[in-house]
Design a protein around this ligand. Structure first.
Ligand SMILES: [Cu+2]
Length: 218
């Protein structure tokens, strides 16, 4: 009985609020004016979720189920040498998680901008906008091989033989224990012309989609 009464009261309250809103709207010149701020607010959120906040796509497109991106807690230096490639890591986690182990099938992405750079010094700046720990490893892509073809081993990681370097430190350069959610990592490498595969090699992350081609021109 009591829950029903509560429901009825809630309904009455809702109606009362709606009626007040209607009256208020009536007092203003148009109802469109009253709705403006709400529309603007939702558009702003949509923009952030679409990955426009940092000037990069987040790899999840504009469809339903976009991931909210984790806010960055630090940024790479602006004066790193050579061509600068910004790599954005993202995943569908809902809250910050320590460690990077993920189940198979978890949606994750690794995108780079630009994906073609001239040979020589290349500084990879890696923003972890995901909610899990991630990393960036630069692997050579042999002639005729395509991104995503590597077969993970029993440890659900791909072979890192021939690795040219990695960014796996939080708010620091080079190799470390992984880039924590919201942190940036970076590394400057000297890359010869060729094709490379940028991967995150934490458990299951490669299979879950964290790979991207980088083309280095002569
Ligand atoms: Cu990852």
């Amino acid at each position: 009985m009591a829950p029903q009464h509560a429901t009825v009261r809630a309904l009455r309250l809702t109606l009362a609020v709606a009626a007040s809103a209607a009256l208020l709207a009536g007092c203003t010149t148009t109802t469109v004016m009253g709705r403006g701020p709400m529309d603007g607010g939702s558009t702003a959120v949509g923009g952030m979720m679409g990955g426009n906040g940092n000037g990069n796509g987040n790899g999840f497109g504009n469809g339903a189920g976009n991931a909210m991106l984790a806010p960055l807690t630090c940024a790479a230096p602006t004066d790193l040498p050579g061509a600068r490639v910004t790599v954005t890591l993202a995943d569908m986690g809902m809250s910050r998680m320590m460690g990077g182990t993920a189940p198979m099938g978890a949606r994750m992405s690794l995108t780079a901008e630009p994906t073609t750079v001239p040979s020589g010094q290349v500084s990879l700046v890696v923003d972890n906008r995901g909610w899990r720990t991630h990393e960036l490893v630069v692997l050579p892509l042999s002639a005729g091989a395509a991104v995503g073809e590597r077969v993970p081993g029993a440890d659900s990681k791909v072979d890192e033989a021939g690795s040219l370097g990695e960014a796996s430190n939080s708010c620091a350069a080079g190799a470390g224990e992984g880039i924590a959610s919201g942190a940036a990592g970076w590394v400057t490498l000297t890359l010869a012309p060729g094709h490379y595969e940028l991967v995150c090699n934490l458990t299951n992350h490669y299979a879950n989609g964290m790979r991207q081609e980088l083309v280095v021109t002569g």
